[in-house]
Design a protein around this ligand. Structure first.
Ligand SMILES: CC(C)(COP(=O)(O)OP(=O)(O)OC[C@H]1O[C@@H](n2cnc3c(N)ncnc32)[C@H](O)[C@@H]1OP(=O)(O)O)[C@@H](O)C(=O)NCCC(=O)NCCS
Length: 177
């Protein structure tokens, strides 16, 4: 697979976005959902992700969507406006080929223009690929929620990784008063 094209998601991508998400559920290490979701049930989620505020990007290769990344509100209250939670899913047959890295790179580059200063990456602590990918972009471990999930009778820890982006250039120095 060549380098994927990263672009903003369109409504027509939603079935592929949902399919990729659903494929990650049986592995029990990526999401706390336990049953497939429907396109219809994700419509409101898609619409809430306005491209100028909380975008969803897709990676496209050979004419199909092979992965997606979302910026979501971490906590709906206004004072958290500059903080987002990252969601990232790559199609099973496109994993370990640089798609997750390309999406993450593009999202971090876009963050300042969206007013985003802090990225949170919340993942099962056994998700080696996710942890490594985040670490390679400078995310560090900010917290651990011990045994907060239970899948097939196994209680699993959830790790919270964070990345604080550099201060934007402040422009001209303030004139003295
Ligand atoms: C985790 C995930 C997003 C990574 O995306 P990807 O496209 O497969 O990863 P990339 O090929 O871009 O690899 C980026 C880095 O991730 C790590 N990585 C990827 N696959 C890995 C694996 N199987 N084992 C260990 N590390 C892995 C490596 O550090 C890699 O860097 P390297 O190639 O320089 O070694 C992808 O595997 C996925 O969608 N998994 C299912 C859903 C999921 O777990 N999402 C994260 C929820 S927070």
């Amino acid at each position: 697979m060549g380098s994927p094209v990263i672009r903003l998601a369109r409504l027509g991508d939603l079935p592929e976005i949902v399919e990729i998400y659903n494929a990650s559920i049986p592995g029990e290490r990526s999401t706390a959902d336990v049953a497939p979701v429907t396109v219809e049930s994700r419509m409101a989620w898609f619409v809430m992700h306005a491209p100028d505020h909380r975008p969803i990007w897709v990676a496209e290769a050979a004419g199909r969507v092979v992965g997606w990344l979302s910026f979501s509100d971490y906590y709906g209250r206004p004072a958290y406006h500059s903080t987002v939670e990252v969601g990232l899913y790559v199609a099973t047959d496109a994993q370990a080929q640089g798609v997750g890295r390309a999406l993450t790179r593009a999202a971090i580059a876009a963050a300042p223009a969206l007013g985003v200063r802090t990225l949170l990456w919340i993942t099962f602590d056994i998700n080696e690929a996710s942890l490594r990918l985040a670490a390679s972009f400078g995310f560090s471990r900010w917290g651990l929620l011990p045994k907060v999930t239970e899948l097939s009778g196994v209680r699993r820890d959830v790790a919270i990784l964070g990345l604080e982006l550099a201060e934007p250039e402040s422009g001209a120095p303030e004139s003295g008063r």
